[in-house]
Design a protein around this ligand. Structure first.
Ligand SMILES: NC(=O)c1ccc[n+]([C@@H]2O[C@H](COP(=O)([O-])OP(=O)(O)OC[C@H]3O[C@@H](n4cnc5c(N)ncnc54)[C@H](O)[C@@H]3O)[C@@H](O)[C@H]2O)c1
Length: 401
């Protein structure tokens, strides 16, 4: 069987690597630069080694392309394109629509179309299927299914093989074929009764995280105002063997999923007249953490950050990845600059960001740790400035949240 995977980013390339063990895979991406690099055997995703891409290319089991005609004869298409928010923070399905256009225009035989991109309930039924039919030159009866992606880039204990995968087809035949496809490289498949349940479950998983992170971020502020350690209190609460799950405070929540997916759920809720109070409030609390962090730093430094050199340590949204999408560092830097601080940042994993390069980890008046990569030593962080504020809870000896 021949599989096309539309979008060769974090999700699409990861799926390509696993599926290539069993199928011929065409990795379709609209970004020619990514396509060229992949065809030269260079991976741009943590967790997918360049060496494995090179092996797949050599064995003829994988090829990247930006040409729609290369996917004309596939048996299955998997959609793995971005689902961001618009400028006014509404769901943005334009990437999905473009993927549907490619499928509609180039695939004329009936095949199975699986969506892995995260979106609100009803996207497969009411958006993807009609869009592909709209762009198809002649009527074609594809099968449609959803299997929301749960990959956590950079994570080593859970991957495509051992993370249970939800799925549902629009028809029983679509469900059966979807199961057949994923069961080759995924140990546990969980069928749900409709695509809408699978779509909603994915959004709820990340909403659960967002709300709990907001709660612990709010609690960090309460604990500080009470003069007690948030970390010790969380450790104490964690000794309860049931009914408690530990989340840790931070400067905010970043990445492509947790700050974004809950807003998809809130948007669809409000469209249907249902409340999304927790979701909206959690988003606000997490966004406000950056200001709280800078307020704390300012209070500890004589009430003013004017003219002080501040080094932001770690600008990726989480440890050991180069991904800066929605990173809390962005807002922290904005608040610092608005208060007159001279800001530089250190992150060798990210390297270059917004046209600026990673600075050396030394010589600042103030350092603030937003993300601690494993490769960065605690003593080096502590030596980088006389005052070090740590939002990660990992740097012993620094001022903590
Ligand atoms: N990154 C994660 O950890 C993660 C986890 C679970 C789910 N998801 C979801 O998976 C989806 C993809 O996310 P990602 O992180 O892989 O995004 P990404 O930005 O890493 O990759 C998307 C790729 O799609 C390409 N692309 C965009 N439009 C295209 C089109 N019309 N045709 C072909 N290629 C196109 C881009 O060039 C890019 O290479 C999103 O819906 C996201 O919410 C992501």
């Amino acid at each position: 069987m021949k599989i096309a995977i539309i979008g060769q980013g974090y999700v699409g390339l990861t799926i390509s690597a696993f599926a290539s063990e069993y199928f011929d895979v065409i990795g379709f991406d609209s970004n020619q630069n990514i396509v060229d690099r992949l065809n030269r055997g260079i991976s741009h995703i943590e967790g997918i080694e360049s060496k494995s891409i090179q092996n797949l290319l050599k064995d003829g089991r994988y090829k990247a392309t930006s040409s729609g005609s290369d996917i004309a004869d596939v048996d299955i298409v998997v959609i793995a394109v971005p689902t961001p928010l618009t400028d006014n923070r509404q769901p943005d399905l334009t990437f999905i629509e473009k993927a549907c256009k490619t499928i509609g225009e180039y695939i004329t035989n009936p095949i199975l179309v699986i969506n892995e991109s995260t979106s609100f309930p009803g996207t497969l039924r009411n958006f993807i299927k009609p869009a592909i039919e709209k762009y198809s030159r002649s009527p074609v009866n594809h099968l449609y299914a959803i299997s929301p992606e749960r990959v956590d880039p950079g994570r080593e204990d859970f991957n495509q093989k051992n993370t249970p995968r939800l799925y549902a087809g629009l028809t029983p035949e679509a469900s059966a074929k979807t199961k057949e496809f994923y069961s080759k490289f995924c140990d546990k498949l969980v069928e749900v009764s409709s695509p809408e349940v699978a779509e909603a479950a994915k959004l709820f998983e990340n909403t659960f995280r967002q709300v709990n992170i907001a709660l612990v971020n709010e609690f960090a502020q309460i604990a500080h105002s009470l003069g007690i350690s948030v970390y010790e209190t969380l450790d104490a609460a964690s000794t309860k063997p049931y009914g408690f799950m530990k989340f840790t405070p931070s400067a905010g929540v970043g990445g492509h999923c947790i700050p974004v997916d809950p807003t998809y759920l809130a948007a669809v809720a409000e469209e249907h007249g249902a409340p999304a109070t927790f979701i909206r409030r959690a988003n606000e609390v997490n966004l406000q953490m950056s200001k709280y962090v800078v307020d704390r730093m300012q209070a500890d430094n004589g009430g003013s950050l004017q003219g002080k050199s501040v080094l932001v340590v770690g600008v990726a949204y989480k440890p050991n990845v180069a991904d800066v999408r929605e990173t809390a560092a962005e807002l922290v830097i904005k608040h610092l600059r608005e208060r007159g601080a001279k800001v530089s940042w250190h992150d060798e994993v990210v390297g270059t960001w917004h046209g600026e390069n990673s600075a050396t980890l030394s010589g600042a008046d103030i350092a603030v740790v937003i993300t601690k990569h494993d490769a960065v030593n605690e003593p080096d962080i502590l030596a980088s400035a006389p005052y070090v504020f740590d939002t990660t809870g990992k740097v012993k000896g620094a001022i903590r949240l």
